[in-house]
Design a protein around this ligand. Structure first.
Ligand code: ZN
Length: 139
């Protein structure tokens, strides 16, 4: 799969780490964790399912088949991401945008996907600020 979009999520729960999210998704019978990357509280970035595989993170608008899913661990509807998480998110997105030639305007919060009915990735993640910083880093 060649992704045209990057979709940002929060896990919406306060998991301890990426391994806990993976165990949960496997318990649902999925072949692997639904996201392609997870960012833990300390900023550690963990690979999820292979970017070669479609995701299981955003069925809306066919995004599972044309985007990579990146999840921040935590409930960002309740609290902001930790500074190390934001730093790691920007570093990861910068690398992925370069690798796949994805412009910042195609980096969307889950709720910004056309037709999505979700608060994900939470009101404390400012996607406009993320895209702005990303654009600055890419120029
Ligand atoms: Zn989401």
């Amino acid at each position: 799969m060649v992704p045209a979009y990057l979709i940002i999520h929060h896990t919406g729960a306060e998991e301890k780490d990426a391994a806990q999210v993976r165990r949960y998704h496997l318990s649902l019978g999925w072949r692997d964790v639904g996201y392609h990357f997870l960012i833990e509280r300390d900023g550690n970035t963990v690979a999820g399912r292979s970017p070669a595989l479609p995701g299981a993170h955003c069925r809306t608008d066919g995004m599972n088949g044309r985007s990579l899913g990146v999840a921040l661990i935590g409930n960002l509807e309740e609290h902001p991401p930790l500074p190390d998480q934001l730093t790691a998110l920007l570093a990861l997105l910068t690398g992925l945008c370069r690798c796949y030639a994805i412009p910042p305007e195609r980096v969307l919060g889950h709720r910004e996907v056309r037709g999505a009915k979700t608060a994900c990735p939470g009101r404390y993640l400012d996607m406009n600020a993320v895209r702005h910083l990303l654009g600055e880093g890419l120029t």
